[in-house]
Design a protein around this ligand. Structure first.
Ligand SMILES: NC(=O)c1ccc[n+]([C@@H]2O[C@H](COP(=O)([O-])OP(=O)(O)OC[C@H]3O[C@@H](n4cnc5c(N)ncnc54)[C@H](OP(=O)(O)O)[C@@H]3O)[C@@H](O)[C@H]2O)c1
Length: 284
């Protein structure tokens, strides 16, 4: 019997992977490790957690993008050494690894969607450590699958969409950057994509991109949130990245091409605005 091991299981994505895998009801055993249960930077603990024939879905990461600028060693431990430990453990026992990475491995200067083999050039500490993680994974396990995603949100927890919902109730107007373009991605849809890979043993040894389809600026996404919840979208005002200073630089353009995903025979993602409607309809 196959088994799924989810690391970072209490994070935004990890929770969705665990609950969706359980809902599938196909009898595949799911073991969910929160950071307290399994620290992926501990090689012995990782080796003990990965069983033969399992598929590990690594949702664990150091995701504090701004904090990573002054804490790169810790970010590197979690985002590169941790995935290396997982890949090595998988290689030893013949397990599969699906590892999640990010649009921040690119510099954001492109004007058309990034293909999976586009040149990487991270501009932030977080991006550098995530790129190091991709390379570490393939060094240890050529059959690993790396799935890059972007702009992930859910209908609960702390993320851009829940923040906009909260601000709608607190402020008359909200300023949001209009000069960064990406593809908003519902964590539930990403989880379904990862589980589709898990269910298809032929998907091995490749990098894939998964986001919801289409593109938007943060400003457009914020307006869409307001519209979906019945608020006046004109209350969201555009501003530029220069007005919103953050420690880590953000890619100006980070749309990820879905070509490799389609070529792998995987189900195309739905448009971001449909996914947003579904997410907000699930909100309480
Ligand atoms: N969110 C986005 O917009 C976005 C965009 C692109 C790519 N991604 C990638 O998507 C993946 C999932 O991100 P997410 O949004 O679900 O992030 P998240 O909510 O921050 O979840 C990450 C989880 O990893 C855990 N973790 C941290 N250090 C760990 C360690 N040493 N060992 C085990 N677990 C550890 C965290 O636990 P604690 O909270 O206890 O530390 C947290 O539960 C990550 O690979 C991320 O880089 C996310």
């Amino acid at each position: 019997m196959n088994a799924i091991v989810v690391t970072g299981a209490h994070g935004q994505l990890g929770r969705r992977v665990v609950s969706l895998a359980a809902e599938r009801g196909d009898g595949v055993e799911v073991t969910a490790y929160s950071s307290a249960d399994l620290d992926i930077t501990d090689p012995d603990a990782v080796a003990a957690a990965v069983g033969a024939g399992a598929t590990v879905i690594n949702c664990a990461a150091y995701t504090a993008v701004d904090a990573a600028e002054t804490d790169e060693a810790r970010a590197l431990a979690v985002n590169a050494d941790g995935p290396r430990n997982l890949a090595r453990a998988c290689g030893r026992v013949g397990a599969r690894l699906i590892h999640v990475s990010t649009d921040y491995v690119f510099d954001g200067t492109a004007t058309e969607p990034y293909e999976v083999d586009a040149k990487t050039a991270p501009r932030s500490a977080y991006g550098r450590t995530k790129r190091a993680g991709e390379l570490a994974v393939y060094e240890e396990l050529a059959d690993a699958v790396v799935v890059r995603t972007a702009w992930v949100y859910d209908n609960s927890g702390k993320n851009f969409v829940t923040t906009m919902r909260r601000l709608e109730g607190e402020r008359e107007t909200v300023s949001v950057v209009s000069d960064q373009i990406g593809s908003p991605t519902f964590a539930l849809d990403l989880a379904a994509g990862l589980l589709e890979i898990e269910a298809d043993p032929a998907v091995l040894g490749r990098t894939l991109h998964f986001t919801n389809a289409g593109q938007a600026s943060w400003f457009e996404l914020a307006r869409a949130v307001f519209t979906h919840i019945g608020a006046d979208a004109e209350r969201v005002k555009p501003c530029s990245s220069a007005d919103y200073v953050a420690a880590a630089p953000r890619p100006a353009y980070s749309v990820l091409s879905s070509t490799a995903w389609a070529e792998a025979g995987l189900t195309p993602a739905r448009p971001w605005s449909d996914a947003l409607s579904a997410a907000l309809a699930q909100s309480t």
